[in-house]
Design a protein around this ligand. Structure first.
Ligand code: BDR
Ligand code: CA
Length: 310
């Protein structure tokens, strides 16, 4: 099994990613750490617990982390995810407890205690918690196996400004720390996730599972996809964050190449842009495996099969 920590700001697509991980015996989830992003921290940590309970896994450890980005004011995305961050299904208030430990301390402590090179970090939101952990204990950089993250975009452009994707835009300074850390990174940018569209026929497959998880997932996706459908006229909404977990389970679904990635932190116009040297026009070190394509049918088959186990 692969040991992972999921760092997240649920969010319907984060929720589906968490469900996919909880349904997969290949993954040992050491903890779920919440960060402020799509909605404020109070809601993201609660949403993470709601999803663990929906999956029937209340023993999962959920921690609360950073309340705001390193340097900038928090930007949220209620217009996409709704006021709760998880609009769509009616989910009961969670009864499982939030862990008392601060998420950043949990990340540091876990990486220092586990065998080096055995723990993968899976950030699905702004990179604040991960950057804070790297700053607090720089020794963890060499102990992390890899970071598989959802964020950024290149040929596809941005989704919050013309240049920037939401997760990187919300905390560009944190993203800069992560991309300079020397930890091997696998990056799922919008170029991949915009090819993982929910589509009505796919939502129906979740609903047809007939389980609580299947129906709640269909309800989450129906709420979530209306934003992209209305704004861009696309068939469904992009299932961003589950790409990260799917990569751990079936890396062959994705293709990309090793690149240098640098984050814009200076210019307001392009703040949070991921500058990806796809064509190796610089000699800057290749610090990330940047994905560009996905076998989206294979990806949805995996999702339906796994969520059907819960
Ligand atoms: C990312 O931003 C959030 O709204 C989603 O959960 C995803 O992590 C996509 O830009
Ligand atoms: Ca997210």
């Amino acid at each position: 099994t692969q040991k992972i920590i999921i760092d997240t700001d649920p969010g319907q697509d984060d929720a589906v990613a968490i469900l996919l991980a909880l349904a997969s015996p290949e993954l040992d989830i050491l903890g779920i750490t919440a960060v402020a992003g799509n909605v404020p921290l109070k809601l993201t940590e609660k949403n993470a617990r709601k999803i663990c309970e929906l999956a029937g896994k209340p023993e999962t450890k959920v921690f609360a982390g950073a309340i705001r980005p390193l340097a900038r004011t928090l930007v949220t995305a209620e217009e996409v995810h709704g006021q709760t961050g998880l609009n769509g299904p009616v989910l009961p208030e969670p009864t499982m407890k939030l862990q008392e430990q601060y998420a950043v301390d949990f990340i540091v402590e876990t990486l220092m205690a586990e065998e080096p090179g055995t723990v993968t970090l899976c950030p699905l939101g702004p990179l604040t918690n991960i950057a804070l952990a790297l700053i607090r204990e720089p020794k963890i950089a060499k102990r992390i196996k890899k970071i598989v993250l959802m964020g950024g975009g290149f040929f596809e452009g941005g989704n919050v400004t013309p240049a920037a994707e939401f997760n990187i835009y919300v905390d560009p300074q944190a993203a800069d720390v992560v991309f300079r850390s020397g930890v091997p990174i696998v990056m799922m940018p919008l170029d991949v996730t915009h090819k993982a569209l929910t589509k009505a026929v796919r939502v129906k497959r979740f609903r047809d599972l007939g389980t609580r998880v299947g129906i709640a997932t269909a309800e989450m996706l129906e709420f979530f996809e209306r934003f992209d459908e209305q704004k861009y006229g696309s068939d469904g909404g992009p299932l961003h964050d589950p790409c990260v977990i799917a990569y751990l389970l079936k890396p062959e679904l994705f293709s990309g190449r090793d690149c240098n990635v640098t984050v814009e932190t200076a210019s307001e116009l392009t703040m949070g842009m991921t500058v990806i040297d796809w064509w190796s026009v610089t000699k800057r070190p290749k610090n990330a495996l940047v994905m560009r394509d996905i076998d989206h049918d294979g990806f949805f088959a995996l999702l339906v099969e796994r969520l059907g186990r819960l």
